[in-house]
Design a protein around this ligand. Structure first.
Ligand code: HEC
Length: 144
């Protein structure tokens, strides 16, 4: 092997090493985002999810659909627009406490649900996020 060729081989090895290191960073960021380390994901506690399913069925399903699929009166939470990076958990507290003035769709307004406690809302979020995750709705690419 000539000296020049050896130097090129070394350089190529360095480029590959840099790529692998970069990939490692990307992978760990993605793993963190999906493992609940991000600010807007609720830990998947099965009891909380089950409690949230009940609250959702009695207070939200009439408009958002029993399986989050939406109805004539409200949007589906399986639309990527409701992924956690676009509608964070705070949007759920705000919607339930203050209601929603229509701004994404033409279903009309969502009335507030003052009878629900913060624990109810936390449970509903856990339920919605678990169903969204099952459907692959974890990130809205249009929102960044
Ligand atoms: C009477 C029908 C109705 C009910 C019941 C209802 N919603 Fe909604 N909700 C809507 C409509 C309509 C919108 C969409 C408004 C728009 O953006 O155009 C909406 C939007 C939302 C949003 C998005 C808010 C935003 O910032 O864009 C959240 C979160 C939400 N609803 C949560 C809930 C939860 C949780 C429940 C149950 C506790 C619930 N909704 C019950 C009709 C309803």
């Amino acid at each position: 092997m000539t000296r020049r060729r050896r130097r090129r081989t070394v350089r190529r090895a360095l480029v590959v090493a840099a790529w692998v290191a970069g990939l490692g960073v990307v992978v760990s960021v993605v793993v963190m985002a999906f493992s609940g380390a991000g600010p807007s994901t609720t830990p998947a506690d099965p009891e909380l999810i089950a409690a949230g399913a009940e609250v959702f069925a009695s207070s939200c399903a009439a408009c958002h659909g029993a399986n989050l699929e939406g109805t004539d009166s409200g949007p589906s939470f399986l639309d990527p627009i409701y992924a956690p990076n676009h509608h964070a958990d705070a949007a759920f507290y705000r919607a339930v406490r203050q209601g929603v003035v229509p701004h994404h769709w033409n279903f009309g307004p969502m009335p507030p649900r003052p009878e629900l406690s913060n624990e109810d809302i936390e449970a509903v979020i856990a339920f919605v996020r678990s169903r969204q995750a099952e459907a692959g709705i974890t990130f809205d690419p249009r929102h960044g």
